[in-house]
Design a protein around this ligand. Structure first.
Ligand code: NAP
Length: 294
């Protein structure tokens, strides 16, 4: 059994990006510039955005953090987004989700210029992904594809089961695993209404769990020799930790790991790769790799 080291893989990719940025700057190009909008003070969002800013530094990018309080109006936020759309110095930007209930996340996502949508959430990028056109891929599924590739995990013709059907993880993950140029696998998607979920999981050569239910996947749900990717990150109370919680995956790691050919841990598996893929998307934006400069 091999434990997939997302932290080490992400560190390698960040070094690769930093080397490319150093070369770009040496050739007179500007540094890639990522902006992030953060609304409110949610602990998880604060951590994610801080880690994104740190990743920018590691990659040699410029970064700008724009903060709003919880009571920001939708109009103020949309005005800020328009400004970033028009700001030629910003190559790409993200709006950290979730947003307060009085703001429409869909309206916000659709207000972002798809050419700067490095999260890959805009319908143009989602649509282009689904028909195999160049575009920004949603960072978490893109990171998982990268891990499968770098660990030489066979996917073509295999049965991949994806647990979860969210717009940011489950659905794009299933699409990429199905597509010829990515997973080339036979894909089954399970959700909260799926009947015979355990039997379906037991049939998976590759099992990708993205449901946010701590330790949901147990040994009896895993085929011996399967590759298991754990996307889940739920904060569970833990008084022995300085922060009072620990991150828990969707897979019962201790009993599932001995059965697997490959398994990604939580933390240290998919999480570090997600931020790293945001950096790759920003680099692509700076190079106008998917959408030509005007
Ligand atoms: P989400 O929007 O809440 O979607 C959860 C999905 O899981 C839904 O499709 C839901 O089904 C399904 N589900 C929930 N309970 C289930 C059950 N008992 N059996 C089968 N399916 C069930 O979550 P998400 O945004 O996709 O995130 C999923 C997990 O991944 C969370 O723990 C999140 O924190 C984590 N995550 C990690 C990263 C990372 O970088 N590591 C990035 C993104 C998300 P229905 O559609 O039927 O409700």
């Amino acid at each position: 059994m091999t434990i997939i080291d997302g932290k080490a893989t992400a560190a390698t990719i960040k070094q690769e990006i930093a080397a490319e940025v150093a070369e770009m700057v040496a050739n007179g190009m500007k540094r890639p510039h990522l902006a992030a909008i953060l609304v409110g003070h949610d602990g998880g969002s604060e951590t994610y955005v801080r880690n994104k800013v740190l990743a920018c530094e590691a990659c040699g990018f410029d970064s700008t953090l724009i903060r709003f309080e919880d009571d920001v109006t939708e109009e103020e936020l949309l005005t800020c987004i328009n400004g970033l759309n028009e700001n030629e110095d910003i190559d790409g930007f993200i709006v950290q989700l979730p947003l307060p209930a009085h703001i429409s996340e869909q309206k916000v996502i659709e207000a972002i210029d798809y050419r700067k949508d490095v999260d890959g959430f805009h319908p143009v990028n989602v649509g282009r992904m689904n028909i195999g056109l160049p575009c920004y891929l949603s960072a978490t599924p893109k990171g998982i594809i990268e891990l499968l590739r770098r660990y030489n995990i066979p996917t073509s013709g295999k049965h991949c089961v994806v647990l979860g059907r969210s717009n940011i993880v489950g659905k794009p993950m299933a699409s990429l695993m199905m597509m010829k140029n990515f997973g080339d696998a036979t894909v089954t998607v399970c959700h909260s209404r799926t009947a015979n979920l355990k039997e379906i999981c037991r049939n998976a050569d590759i099992l990708i769990a993205a449901i946010g239910r701590p330790e949901f996947v147990t040994a009896e749900m895993v085929k011996p020799g399967a590759a298991v990717i754990d996307v889940g990150t739920t904060r569970v109370p833990d008084t022995s930790r300085p922060k009072g919680f620990r991150l828990c995956g969707d897979v019962k790691f201790d009993e599932v790991a001995p059965l697997c050919s490959f398994i990604s841990p939580v933390p240290g598996g998919v999480g570090p790769m997600t931020i790293c893929m945001l950096m790759l998307n920003t680099l692509a934006a700076a190079k106008h790799e998917y959408y030509p400069a005007e």
